[in-house]
Design a protein around this ligand. Sequence first.
Ligand code: FAD
Length: 390
Amino acid sequence: MPDRAPQPVDRQLPTDEARELISLVRDIARNEIAPKAAEEEDAGRFPREVFSLLSRSGLLGLPYDAEHGGGDQPYEVYLQVLEELAAARLTVGLGLSVHTLASYALATYGTEEQRAGHLPAMLGGDLLGAYALSEPASGSDAAALRTKAVRDGNDWVLTGTKAWITHGGVADFYTVMARTGGDGARGVTAFLVPGDAEGLSAAPPEKKMGLKGSPTAQIHLDGVRIPDERRIGEEGQGFAIALSALDAGRLGIAACAIGLAQAAFDEAVAYAADRQQFGRPISDFQGLRFMLADMATQIEAGRALYLAAARLRDAGRPFARQAAMAKLFCTDTAMKVTTDAVQVLGGYGYTADFPVERYMREAKVLQIVEGTNQIQRMVIARHVAGPESR
Ligand SMILES: Cc1cc2nc3c(=O)[nH]c(=O)nc-3n(C[C@H](O)[C@H](O)[C@H](O)COP(=O)(O)OP(=O)(O)OC[C@H]3O[C@@H](n4cnc5c(N)ncnc54)[C@H](O)[C@@H]3O)c2cc1C
């Protein structure tokens, strides 16, 4: 059975422009993304043409300055766009979130010359980005990364392996964190590496439980030479840049999680109204009615939490604690709601005839990426209980 288009969510949006934007995104989601989602996810096909369409529609750089090709939208609007896209297909919502994350370092820490030179093609052109922090031996402990960048005249030479890179092998640019100094966070520097740089290659994509249309691959850097002009920020500032990017990126994951949960919930409600047992629709039974009520409540709570964090960010106030809370709560909600959606559909929910089993497999990865939910709890605990004593 084909994916159903998600029910429109009644959104609070700050401007008429934002309302028009959401309506455009809903058209794209309904007509261009959702109809092919199930088949292409099953086949593991990356929808590169959808990202070109998002680019032509002015959607690739929404939260960045219009001066450099961005859309000048507040985070509260950009995140609701992500939510709509993720409800149609997580590969697309998450892909846009990763592209935004990959563009963050240059947009926020680049010199005026660097921004003017590279950003228009990244935000308003047809380029797709990837963010390369993780390595085979350093995931949660990202500051232990080993990829090296060695200065050679006016160039840097990068050598090492990055792991789990979303858009690995299909990206046009990689924001790479590499070691230029001693051990630990202070020895890391950020670089903007072109996807076609000599010496850069991608391993075959990982065979994943879900999100199969989104390529995740190791990236090998074998003496990749790039000019100093592509170093972002100061030497040694790369880890701080990477973490600051992740604060905003986590809000993107939270919004995608709520989109996915909403799609699963819509499917469960429609099925429960249709399916008859004991001579009545199963939506008559209190056991299911209470499940649907809990699912709806968790989705609304998650949406309110990520939007509250986004509005803090839009107001220029600290939001790292709230971003970690939103990532934790929204992705746990996506896992719970998609699992419950499978239950509402009974045996049919466990088959590929309906999308809820795919949603459930996709939800799992959201509890892992951009800092596992254990790491989010560590971040929150540091804010509320202070640093650990050792
Ligand atoms: C589909 C996918 C896409 C990804 N995309 C990207 C990407 O684009 N760019 C990128 O850089 N990375 C990406 N990642 C990597 C992702 O960020 C890491 O997988 C994640 O940070 C966890 O690292 P790890 O897998 O090495 O697990 P580990 O760090 O080895 O953790 C294993 C387990 O131990 C727990 N753990 C670790 N340390 C602690 C602690 N101190 N306290 C409590 N528990 C702890 C973790 O929560 C986890 O449950 C992606 C991963 C996946 C699966």
